[in-house]
Write a protein that binds this ligand. Structure first.
Ligand SMILES: [Zn+2]
Length: 205
């Protein structure tokens, strides 16, 4: 299994050497799949899935969180999943500060959200109003790691990757969908249809 994972990662990397190939990959997203998927290592089924991005050739790939920890030494997915589990049990709790930084880096939070959460992250007693704000921001984390949203992201990234060597294609609309996904945690029905139409019409695979 380990050998297969190494081979699959190298085939998507710039370098042919495992030690430098693995350093090309960084963490993008984690989500819990609603379908039983297969890891690059061949393990099936996997539910906790990380989306990784290659910094040199912009390839994206999905790998089981377990393998991402073990072989790529990336633990962001595990940390995010731990915060999600805590919040799903009790939405009034806080995500970890590392996860807050991650969400902010992904532009999911407004300046207000980020400042409010940072200032109150360790507080146990919040006013009713403050608690409502914390829960609203917690929900953003849950939405951002949802299966639906990550399916949208992977469809959007498919188009963007395809467009890389087709300079005639204007990516502005697709980039606006990506922004919308990040800010609102989802696409509207109309946006979703428009995206699928682009993929179908241009036969993007
Ligand atoms: Zn695996």
């Amino acid at each position: 299994m380990e050998y297969q994972l190494i081979e699959e990662i190298i085939s998507r990397s710039h370098s042919n050497d495992w030690n430098s190939a693995k350093n090309e990959w960084s963490f993008e997203y984690v989500y819990q799949s609603e379908e039983k998927e297969t890891c690059l290592c061949g393990h099936h089924p996997i539910i906790n899935i990380c989306v990784l991005k290659n910094s040199i050739n912009n390839n994206e790939t999905e790998v089981g969180n377990c393998c991402v920890n073990k072989f790529l030494g990336i633990d962001a997915g595990t940390k995010i999943l731990a915060s999600i589990k805590r919040l799903k049990d009790d939405l009034s709790k806080s995500m970890s500060s590392e996860v807050l930084e991650y969400l902010n880096k992904k532009k999911v939070l407004s300046d207000f959200d980020y400042k409010f959460y940072s200032d109150t992250i360790r507080k146990r007693k919040l006013s009713e109003k403050q608690l409502a704000i914390r829960e609203r921001i917690n929900q953003k984390l849950i939405d951002f790691t949802s299966y639906e949203l990550n399916t949208n992201f992977s469809r959007i990234n498919l188009v963007l990757k395809w467009a890389e060597d087709r300079s005639w294609f204007d990516t502005e609309f697709v980039l606006s969908l990506k922004k919308s996904c990040e800010r609102k945690g989802k696409l509207t029905e109309a946006q979703h249809t428009a995206l699928e139409n682009i993929i179908k019409k241009l036969k993007i695979e």
